[in-house]
Design a protein around this ligand. Structure first.
Ligand code: NAP
Length: 311
């Protein structure tokens, strides 16, 4: 069985940063990733708030740099999906569809994924007008009308991005004020292509072969209206990728991992970093910070417990 000091699950910014700190401190480190290295930020066109890059760069470029840095310090990358985490004393058993591995410490950097609206038509039209990624699909809507659902940073930022293509972007939000940061709100309110439908929720996404209209319910006036659109981008929050954690790791009521300041979970030698953690700000900068702390903490914990771990 392959043995590692540290196994990191997930290769987004948190996992890559954890790998840089772990591998650089001399630990044999592997990162497991079932999808693309870089994680969610890969699909972000411009990251303009990661310190040190005033000219902004794409999410892909930023994480590709982190990937190279982690490899430079000796991190191994494995494109296998982790299916189970077991314990044998202090030793962790990481199972994938193909193999079993032993590790002294495990760092969960499994991230999060977009919440669904769960309305009729959403699943049927996913990929045919329903999207969760403006960067991926926005260019398909040149001179078209699109709706954005949600009032958070993602909805409003991506809505602004969509105005580069669409002739009109209709933001449909369930309250009468946005949750997004003020600077982003101001940009949106100034944008002549953006319209706002307040106090409203989508009840149904309809069309023939692709999205053509939304049925929208106004919660204040109790009225139903139909908005013709060519596409709908759904940004109503994120959910944790916590499947491997459920029975063992303490989670908050929304399913995000609870850690201490050292990113340590309730299980000795098991850490969590990045979007999978309960935290106030989910950003690349906070993910890389978490990852650094987790990598550093794992090294300290392994050193202190070295003789007790039967790898
Ligand atoms: P979010 O902040 O949780 O916002 C979700 C939005 O969707 C809220 O406006 C919420 O309405 C609405 N919503 C939730 N469930 C809904 C439903 N069933 N039907 C209709 N509307 C619903 O999520 P997010 O925008 O994805 O952001 C996630 C995190 O990433 C946040 O911490 C955010 O600050 C951060 N982020 C930051 C940046 C940046 O700094 N540049 C960019 C993107 C994301 P209510 O407001 O009524 O709850």
């Amino acid at each position: 069985m392959m043995k590692y000091d540290v196994i990191i699950i997930g290769a987004g910014p948190a996992g890559l940063s954890a790998a840089i700190y772990s591998a650089r401190s001399g630990l044999k480190t592997a990162v497991f990733e079932r999808g693309l290295i870089g994680g969610q930020i890969n699909v972000t066109e411009e990251v303009e708030n990661y310190p040190g890059f005033p000219e902004a760069l794409s999410g892909y470029e930023l994480t590709e740099r982190m990937h190279r840095q982690a490899e430079h310090f000796g991190t191994e990358f494995k494109d296998e999906e982790v299916t189970a985490l077991g314990m044998e004393g202090l030793c962790k058993i990481v199972e994938t569809s193909d193999n079993k591995y032993r590790a002294r410490a495990v760092i969960f950097c499994t991230g999060a994924y977009p919440r669904r609206l769960n309305v009729p038509g959403e699943e049927k039209f996913t990929g045919r007008g329903v999207s969760y990624c403006a960067t991926c699909d926005g260019a398909l809507y040149r001179d078209k009308i699109v709706a954005v659902i949600g009032g958070g940073d993602s909805a409003i930022e991506e809505g602004i991005f969509l105005t580069h293509f669409a002739k009109k972007v209709v933001v449909i939000h369930r309250r009468d004020e946005l949750r997004a940061q003020k600077i982003i709100q101001e940009r949106a309110f100034k944008n002549p292509k953006m319209e706002f439908v307040w106090n409203s929720v989508v009840q149904e996404i309809r069309g023939e072969n692709k999205v053509q209209e939304l049925e929208v319910y106004n919660r204040k006036t109790n009225t139903v209206s139909v908005i013709p659109v060519d596409g709908v981008f759904i940004y109503v929050g994120i959910l944790p990728n916590n499947k491997l954690m459920e029975s063992r790791i303490d989670l908050d009521s929304a399913g995000f991992a609870l850690t201490d300041d050292f990113m340590h979970t309730n299980v000795p030698g098991v850490y969590a970093a990045g979007d999978i953690r309960k935290k106030v700000l989910r950003q690349v900068v906070t993910a890389t910070s978490d990852g650094a702390i987790a990598g550093w903490s794992a090294e300290k914990w392994i050193t202190e417990n070295y003789d007790a771990i039967q790898l």
